[in-house]
Write a protein that binds this ligand. Structure first.
Ligand code: GLA
Length: 359
């Protein structure tokens, strides 16, 4: 009986691997366009079906969480390298590019950055020194292994009438913290490509604010090479081909390269505020929703291929619908289906539409 069960299990595992292998991977379809990437946790690069899927489909990795300030630098004198090392080692062993994410952000950054040893608000000098030490340590460790860094994440306000997000970084250092972060990163690894990364980059006011901030930084000679459009979109938002093209071409007109750094298309209306789950929050991925998602993915990839001279990478935020950050955000426990692979790691219809251009 036990033997039988084992035989059945290995047969299933074999079939599963076969499913993962009998098609051409996303990265191969896009070889002449840009590297197709994905954000991962260390567990996903351990031996298993996700690692098989990654190797087959992706040419680039981003650490979903473990390189962020909180996980990698939880205390002033302690760095937690092991989880990030696992991902970087997997990238190296499999010849994948590696993006670093992220050096300076208002979220997932430990409190100690902003307090002195007596618990008082940090001084300007001390905060700059900490920013520099943090960036030197993290960028320095992965020098030559991480080819591009998201240096500053989400510095621009979501409010149309406000330029900078009023974060602790901004409160203590003013807008100068942005230039400083790029300068420190460049000093730590002069060969790395340095990105400014943000969401809602197609909303006109935010696009204008990002553009003018970048222009100002470049005029001052700040070492910045690219813009990351996060790409957390929804089947219901009003993202259009023209709007996306406008963002790509405007940012590229500054001489910057553009990447989509965190692509997913939620099957729910976009909402950036956490909410309690209500009985009316349904989770079904209906054929209608699936069609809207297919249409949106198709439109986005048409635009990206058209602008392949300006677009140097497209990274999905998570691997498959088996598990995504959107299963817990903004509503905990509400299942989402935002990616190109289903819960069994099989390519979805949207995958086939996105690679259909070759035929
Ligand atoms: C932002 C960050 C990412 C990630 C997502 C949500 O886009 O840049 O690192 O935290 O939010 O998971």
């Amino acid at each position: 009986m036990r033997k039988c069960a084992l035989a059945l299990l290995s047969l299933l595992a074999f079939a599963h691997t076969a499913i993962c292998q009998d098609y051409k991977g996303l990265k191969d379809y896009y070889r002449d366009y840009f590297p197709a990437g994905v954000s991962v946790a260390p567990q996903s690069v351990a031996p298993g079906d996700e690692a098989v899927l990654i190797r087959k489909n992706f040419a680039s990795l981003t650490a979903e969480n473990v390189m962020k300030p909180q996980p990698i630098h939880p205390e002033e004198n302690r760095y937690n390298w092991e989880p990030a090392d696992q991902i970087v080692n997997f990238a190296q062993a499999n010849g994948l590019k590696m993006r670093g994410h992220t050096l300076c952000w208002h979220n997932q950054t430990p409190k100690w950055f902003f307090e002195d040893k007596d618990g008082n608000p940090v001084s300007r000098e001390l905060l700059l020194q900490r920013l520099r030490d943090h960036i030197y340590a993290v960028v320095g460790r992965y020098k030559g292994k991480v080819y591009a860094w998201d240096v500053v994440n989400e510095a621009i306000s979501e409010q149309p009438d406000q330029m900078y997000r009023p974060t602790k970084w901004y409160q203590v250092l003013g807008e100068e913290y942005i230039a400083k972060a790029f300068e420190y990163a460049h000093e730590a690894d002069p060969d790395a490509l340095l990105f400014y990364n943000d969401f809602d980059t197609e909303k006109p006011a935010k696009r204008d604010h990002i553009y003018s901030m970048l222009k100002g930084l470049l005029n001052k000679g700040v070492p910045i090479h690219g813009v990351g459009l996060q790409g957390h979109w929804s089947i219901y938002d009003n993202l259009t081909a023209a709007g996306l093209e406008e963002s790509i071409t405007r940012f590229a007109s500054l001489g910057l390269t553009v990447q989509i750094t965190e692509l997913d298309i939620s099957i729910y209306p976009k909402d950036w505020n956490r909410k309690e789950r209500r009985a009316s929050d349904t989770t079904s991925f209906t054929p209608e929703k699936e069609q809207l998602q297919i249409d949106k993915y198709k439109m986005i990839f048409n635009v990206l291929r058209k602008h392949k001279d300006k677009v140097s990478g497209v990274t999905f935020w998570n691997i498959s619908d088996r598990k995504s950050w959107l299963d817990t955000f903004p509503i905990k426990g509400r299942k989402d289906y935002p990616l190109l692979f289903d819960e069994a790691l099989r390519p979805k219809k949207a995958f086939w539409e996105v690679v259909d251009f070759e035929k």
